[in-house]
Design a protein around this ligand. Structure first.
Ligand code: SF4
Length: 245
């Protein structure tokens, strides 16, 4: 079973399978009438998507040798966003880890696999339904939390990604993402998860008053698997929010 394989491959002894979610996924990913309608609409947006990809690629090309902060010293490469830039939802995490630093793509390590699996379980596919990136684009040594100055230095990239993608829903994965997006250092994801935070005038990437949905970073779930149930509630809310956009 795919879900069992995913959970074992990322180090869980217990397998967290929600049968309802699996059924939802089957229904969502299968060739339902709704999906066919979506496919037609995606066809419609193909040219927009390629133009956005072209613009993002051109922008990333200008940043790939960035040395604006000290994270440039030990990185293998700058890790930019990935997914469908013409989607309504943008997920923002903290920073690339070791696997991402090597592969050059965000959320491909254990935490990324967990997130991808959980999103696929509700029918959300990276290549089709969302774009995903990080607050900082270079791996902090030892996977430490990025410093405020590093987040500020790197904000020009996230700002431009948000400008080009123009998402209708932004999801902050964990505290660093929530702080980097909102400019509010006092945020506590454990208290605020499943709800919105609002950007203030200190946000380096968004206008004040923008709403951001906040949930756990998947690496937190690797350390605290009992929170997966709560995370799934958030993902279900995100799915509903996307439907209403
Ligand atoms: S983290 Fe961002 S600002 Fe720092 S070197 Fe990398 S790309 Fe540049």
């Amino acid at each position: 079973m795919k879900s069992a394989y995913i959970y074992k491959s990322i180090g869980f002894e217990k397998i967290y399978i929600d049968k309802n979610a699996s059924e939802d996924a089957k229904n969502d990913v299968s060739k339902s009438a709704e999906n066919k309608k979506q496919e037609t609409s995606y066809e419609h947006h193909k040219s927009t998507t390629s133009e956005l990809l072209r613009q993002l690629k051109a922008f990333y090309e200008t940043c790939k040798d960035c040395k604006k902060c000290k994270l440039s010293e030990q990185r293998t490469q700058v890790v930019f966003g990935d997914g469908n830039p013409d989607s309504k939802v943008l997920f923002v995490g903290e920073a690339p880890g070791a696997d991402e630093d090597i592969e050059g793509k965000p959320f491909v390590g254990k935490a990324g696999k967990l997130l991808t699996f959980e999103l696929e379980s509700v029918g959300l596919l990276r290549e089709r339904d969302y774009y995903i990136t990080n607050v900082v684009k270079c791996r902090p040594p030892g996977n430490r939390t990025p410093e405020e100055q590093e987040m500020m230095s790197c904000s020009y990239i996230l700002k431009q990604e948000i400008k080009l993608i123009n998402p209708q829903l932004i999801v902050a994965l964990g505290k660093t993402a929530a702080v980097g997006l909102s400019g509010n250092k006092q945020i506590s994801p454990t208290k605020l998860r499943g709800d919105f935070i609002v950007t203030n005038f200190k946000s380096p990437v968004l206008e004040p008053g923008k709403k951001i949905f906040i949930t756990y970073h998947p690496s937190y779930l690797l350390r605290n698997p009992s929170e997966i149930k709560n995370f799934r509630e958030d993902i279900a809310k995100i799915k509903q929010l996307i439907k209403s956009l």
